[in-house]
Write a protein that binds this ligand. Structure first.
Ligand code: CMP
Length: 141
């Protein structure tokens, strides 16, 4: 199995719950390494670029507004099969449908305020990591 890197965001609603450590523990307990991490406020331009694939969706404005409403923590997670495994640890997009023990079940409030984001493919992971991190900010690259 290949070692992969994937991109993760702890969203504003989870930040307000003061659970960065609990979320990071979920990743580390699953043998995913935090290869990069920072806390930041996402600008409107960056949020629109990040979520560009959703720009025609009815929830796009709400999504950009939420993601820029308060600080987030962005991470590069690294490990075997990291992209798929991160998505399993996060749980379903809608917290109401997420499995017990997943991050979205524990800390998500709604499909929009679903606590965390994770890349859905190798191409997305590469694009999203490059959007938020300089290579000098990531370990093992
Ligand atoms: P995320 O993994 O960050 O990727 C796109 C986001 O759009 C998704 O998580 C949800 O938070 C959000 N989203 C998806 N569907 C809806 C919806 N029907 N209403 C509001 N937000 C949504």
């Amino acid at each position: 199995m290949a070692i992969e890197q994937t991109f993760s965001i702890i969203k504003p609603n989870a930040m307000k719950k003061n659970v960065i450590g609990k979320i990071v523990d979920k990743f580390e307990s699953a043998d995913l390494k935090i290869a990069g991490m920072k806390i930041m406020q996402i600008s409107e331009d960056l949020a629109k670029e990040f979520y560009a694939e959703h720009k025609e969706r009815p929830f796009f404005g709400e999504l950009v507004s939420f993601m820029t409403s308060a600080p987030v923590a962005v991470m590069v997670l690294q490990g075997e099969n990291a992209i798929t495994r991160n998505r399993e640890i996060m749980g379903a997009t809608n917290p109401a449908e997420a499995a017990e023990g997943t991050i979205r079940k524990l800390y998500g409030d709604s499909v929009g305020e679903n606590a965390v984001h994770g890349s859905d493919s190798p191409d997305s992971a590469k694009r999203e990591i490059q959007l938020f991190f300089e290579s000098s900010e990531i370990l093992n690259t």
